[in-house]
Ligand binder design. Structure first.
Ligand SMILES: NC(=O)C1=CN([C@@H]2O[C@H](COP(=O)(O)OP(=O)(O)OC[C@H]3O[C@@H](n4cnc5c(N)ncnc54)[C@H](OP(=O)(O)O)[C@@H]3O)[C@@H](O)[C@H]2O)C=CC1
Ligand SMILES: N[C@@H](CC=O)C(=O)O
Ligand code: NA
Length: 429
């Protein structure tokens, strides 16, 4: 007997998944047992890149999750509602769920996994982080014997694509964003990409898996890439760095009681493995004991890559349905109920890059140095190269400093009569 899919959504990811499942020759033989039974969309009139008979396509998504014939619900419609309610209803009806929806999982994961555990079914989400890169299953299974220290990732394809093209071609932010949208990389509302929210959802999911506790999304510090300018990209280049939107989850305290979880544009040394991850590619560097370092790399967005992850989850569930036992596999379920404690961003210890516009007066660098010194901020490098109109431009890179101390020094520096403005402030990995 075949495994019947109810697919919610036929956009970039849904279409890629249907294409893959309609073209199974040369792939895993179990895919031949999978039937695309229903596909839910918003509009029946839209032209589609795949052929589906009229009885498969429907706008009644509730009917799909309530249909007793459906074995697996594949949620690739995105958004919070009705996606959340449809997932919960599918689980309540005893259906396994595959989802690519990091926004829903990062916000409603507790509710969704509790419902799945109660119903004795699985929620699979490989496509939700890193697109086609296998990272969810490796964290849940292959790496789960390790004590994870740090997860550092480039986990948003759209922003990495934008930053790469700004860096290599000097392109304009909004033109490149339009290309990312056209290529199917961006979210329906690309603010989620540009402002770092999509990466925050993803690092919350990875932190939860890596550190074995739930994460309150509001505890994740988040800055996007809007303030990254061509000037900063050029300065970073001169200083031996590239700018990447990094998502980082790290043990903050030596007793392991607190995590630091954050997303922000970051200067990454050109020698670091994450510096060479360009375009729509993502990479996730996992550090733990005893494994040391392991890095996952691949396409982070787009139809084919994401369809690969969605379909592999479907395949895993199809295999499970074939061999079903009454006891759920603990490596497939989400077992933790407790929340991780997250340290405030002021407690972060990191290096900083800051760009100052100053009046061209003698002794400005000395005054900056004195203010920094008052708060224990030591400087790794100070560069004064350019002028913007009549203002001198000074760039500093600090040694490791507690973020709270650095901010206090900056507050004092802002009030110096010689300082016009501080247009950029970025962390350095
Ligand atoms: N694009 C990518 O590269 C990746 C996307 N994801 C995630 O996958 C999910 C889907 O993304 P993507 O395919 O890009 O999104 P699209 O916007 O391309 O597609 C959404 C699909 O869902 C349908 N849909 C949306 N809302 C409703 C509704 N209320 N009722 C009925 N149908 C609805 C739309 O119908 P219609 O076609 O009729 O408009 C469309 O077919 C999101 O959660 C996204 O974050 C994850 C990894 C990568
Ligand atoms: N909009 C997302 C799609 C994949 O998750 C991205 O750009 O990474
Ligand atoms: Na993935």
């Amino acid at each position: 007997m075949g495994v019947k899919l109810g697919i919610l959504g036929l956009g970039t990811v849904g279409t890629g998944t249907v294409q893959l499942l309609q073209d199974v020759v040369g792939r895993h033989p179990l895919l031949q047992k999978i039937e695309i039974y229903r596909v839910g969309v918003r509009s029946l009139d839209k032209p589609r890149a795949v052929e589906l008979s009229t009885e498969i396509l429907t706008t009644d998504l509730e009917a799909i999750v309530n249909d007793p014939a459906v074995d697996i619900v594949v949620e690739v419609m995105g958004g919070l509602e009705p996606a959340r309610s449809l997932i919960l209803q599918a689980l309540k009806n005893g259906k396994h769920v595959v989802t690519a929806n990091k926004a829903a999982i990062a916000r409603f994961g507790a509710e969704i996994f509790t419902a799945a555990n109660q119903a004795g079914v699985y929620v699979m989400l490989e496509a939700a982080v890193g697109g086609g890169i296998p990272v969810i299953q490796p964290l849940k299974q292959s790496l789960s014997v390790n004590r994870i220290h740090t997860v550092t990732g480039i986990v948003n394809g759209t922003t990495n694509y934008i930053l790469t093209r700004m860096q290599t071609e000097g392109s304009n932010f909004s033109d490149v964003l339009a290309d990312a949208q056209r290529l199917g990389y961006a979210e329906a509302d690309p603010t989620a990409d540009v402002d770092g929210l999509d990466a925050a959802d993803k690092i919350a999911i990875l932190a939860s898996l890596g550190f074995g506790g739930r994460i309150h999304l509001e505890d994740v510090y988040c800055e996007g890439i809007r303030q990254v300018s061509k000037t900063d990209i050029a300065y970073a280049e001169k200083l031996g760095f590239v700018i990447k939107l990094l998502a980082i989850a790290k043990r903050h305290t030596s007793d392991n009681s607190q995590l630091s979880v954050r997303v922000h544009p970051t200067l990454v040394s050109k020698a670091h493995p994450l510096a060479s991850i360009n375009g729509v590619y993502n990479a996730i560097l996992v550090e733990g004991e005893p494994i040391g370092q392991v890095m996952f790399f691949g396409p982070g967005a787009g139809a084919g890559a994401t369809a690969s992850a969605v379909s592999s989850d479907i395949l895993n569930l199809a295999a499970t349905l074939k061999t079903s036992t009454t006891n759920p596999n603990p490596l497939f379920t989400c077992g933790h109920d407790d929340y991780c404690e997250i340290a405030p961003i002021a407690e972060l210890v990191t290096r900083f890059y800051a760009r100052f516009l100053t009046k061209d007066q003698p002794g400005v660098i000395g005054k900056l140095g004195t203010c920094f010194g008052n708060y224990g901020v030591s400087l790794e490098s100070v560069v004064q190269t350019g002028f913007q109109e009549k203002l001198a431009e000074i760039v500093v890179v600090t040694h490791d400093v507690r973020e709270g101390d650095f901010r206090q020094a900056l507050a004092e520096i802002k009030d110096l009569p010689a300082i016009d403005s501080i247009p950029s402030l970025l962390r350095v990995l």
